[in-house]
Design a binder for this molecule. Sequence first.
Ligand SMILES: CC(C)(COP(=O)(O)OP(=O)(O)OC[C@H]1O[C@@H](n2cnc3c(N)ncnc32)[C@H](O)[C@@H]1OP(=O)(O)O)[C@@H](O)C(=O)NCCC(=O)NCCS
Length: 193
Amino acid sequence: MRKLKYFKRHRMELPLLQAPLEMELPAGYRWLAWDDALLALHAEVKFLSFQHHDDAIIFPSLASRAGCHELMQAIRYRDNFCPEATWLVVGPEGGVGTIQGLIDSNGYGGIQNLGVIPECRGMGIGKALLLKALAGFARRGVPRAFLEVTATNEPAVRLYRALGFRAYKTFYRSVEWPPESAVVESLTARFIN
Ligand SMILES: CC(C)(COP(=O)(O)OP(=O)(O)OC[C@H]1O[C@@H](n2cnc3c(N)ncnc32)[C@H](O)[C@@H]1OP(=O)(O)O)[C@@H](O)C(=O)NCCC(=O)NCCS
């Protein structure tokens, strides 16, 4: 019989008192501002960033190309999509990092799915993307940014804390266990026992 497994998540917030300082990208990498023609590339970079990540267990859309494409479309076609906080980083071999933003009913900026492909991590691209999105929110007059993160996602939690985000709410997200998807099954091996 399948049972539920619970993953601890934090909601973290950051007051945007002033526009954050943006960071330069490493040599050979450049920014692409939002354009509808980039939706598929955002989806592909999202997939490459999350396909082997624990978050793909919690959010099965992240484990497949089709799921990431649908997720990108859902974000893009929401009324509160914020193109100013949505950025892609490309390098010599194509897209390497993605971030998207939404503005909620309180006027707060929600960061969606920051992702950097595994080959390009640890180069400052994730931090630069987050600062770029926060600067985009600040340009829209957004007073506060928020995001959600899995508590065990140390690289992400560390990055968010270093930029001043603080956890203000902890909650649990349940997942049917073991998960149905064959793609996800390989990911779950490390949780068994
Ligand atoms: C989280 C993620 C976006 C970070 O991207 P990145 O480009 O590797 O991060 P950066 O190189 O900009 O590093 C910035 C900071 O992040 C933290 N960090 C990054 N990688 C880390 C690691 N492996 N372990 C611990 N901290 C790490 C550090 O605080 C680092 O600061 P430093 O430069 O002072 O060391 C990337 O690891 C990723 O895409 N992970 C998979 C998807 C994901 O978890 N997204 C977040 C969902 S909430």
